[in-house]
Design a protein around this ligand. Structure first.
Ligand code: SF4
Length: 325
């Protein structure tokens, strides 16, 4: 017969085991009876300045920058340093005092480092695919790694001990680099990264027989070595999976992960061909220069939020943003 003390010690553990079930029940309850708030203010605005199809026209980026909420984070994506308007976009965001992150592979970063530093970008996110040979192979260019490193060093030389722009190195996990992540992080640290984010490949990848395989035992061992060697303040994983979760994440995404997603309530992307989307599953029409708030709360946008609120659409099963944002 357990004593009263033993019973009271067990109570929090039972509550802990019940918590996921209770939270699922409360989610279903809310979904059935609450009226969801379908309007919102964008807090993450992705501006795809360049794509293989062309560059985002000035009329589009100009009205987005002019109408973005002052507390929104603007992310310049799509290899923005190739855009002829890159400097003007940064000038416009600097005038409004907006928080800007430049996402780049390092192409022309060495050349534009003074502009990025001088116009007060908050962060540069530099994509690194692995150590030198892996990174070069990803770009099919023998000079790609050297170019990326030179860009990072140029930026760090300017920013010195100031905190802007922060250099964030992003390493996307792939079949080609999953066995060499420790080396990749060593490269990022050597470049002077303020932090490194290692992004898991898409959920359910191993269920797709056409995708290149990832050896999960090898990946788990690399993750363990990185966690043993660097603190989470310097190197983190997105999503932050423990070894036991890797098979479920990569093999059966439908039974794993958050059952809700709030990305459509906070994020919007304006692509280089002036199309708007809330997230990969939600194109919501062409951008015609209206205010960002009007575009963000258009009828198609609200309709998509409504469907996401009721239950995640099927394509969400393989979307990594559900886990990390
Ligand atoms: S999980 Fe679904 S709703 Fe969320 S960002 Fe991905 S595609 Fe969009």
């Amino acid at each position: 017969m357990p004593t009263a003390t033993e019973l009271s010690n067990r109570a929090p553990q039972s509550a802990g085991r019940l918590r996921p079930l209770l939270s699922r029940l409360s989610i279903r309850w809310r979904g059935l009876f609450d009226a969801p708030n379908l309007t919102a203010r964008p807090s993450l605005v992705f501006l795809e300045l360049a794509s293989p199809a062309g560059f985002l026209p000035k009329a589009a980026w100009g009205s987005v920058v002019a109408s973005a909420p002052t507390n929104a984070k603007i992310i310049l994506s799509g290899e923005p340093l190739l855009s002829p308007d890159f400097e003007n976009v940064l000038l416009a965001t600097d005038r409004r005092g907006l928080h800007v992150t430049v996402q780049t592979d390092g192409t022309r970063l060495e050349e534009f480092a003074p502009v990025i530093f001088g116009l007060d970008a908050a962060a540069v996110t530099l994509r690194l695919h692995g150590p030198e040979d892996v990174h070069n192979a990803a770009f099919n260019s023998r000079g790609a790694f050297a170019c990326t490193v030179r860009g990072a060093i140029a930026l760090k030389a300017l920013s010195g001990s100031t905190c802007r722009p922060r250099l964030i190195v992003e390493i996307p996990i792939s079949a080609d680099n999953h066995s060499r992540l420790v080396e990749a992080v060593e490269c990022a640290v050597g470049m002077g990264a303020d932090s490194t984010v290692i992004r898991h490949a898409r959920p359910g990848l191993l269920a797709d027989r056409t995708a290149e395989p990832i050896d999960l035992a090898v990946l788990a061992s690399q993750i363990q070595k990185i966690c043993d060697r660097w603190p989470v303040t310097l190197v983190r994983f997105a999503p932050d999976l423990i070894a036991d979760e890797l098979p479920r994440y990569y093999s059966s995404p439908r039974s794993f992960g958050p059952s809700r997603c709030f990305v459509p309530w906070k994020s919007i992307t304006v692509s280089a061909d002036s199309e708007l989307c809330l997230c990969p599953s939600a194109p919501v029409g062409a951008y015609s220069g209206q205010s960002l708030s009007a575009a963000f709360n258009s009828a198609p946008a609200q309709s998509f939020r409504h469907s996401v609120y009721r239950s995640l659409p099927r394509p969400c099963a393989t979307c990594p943003r559900r886990f990390s944002e």
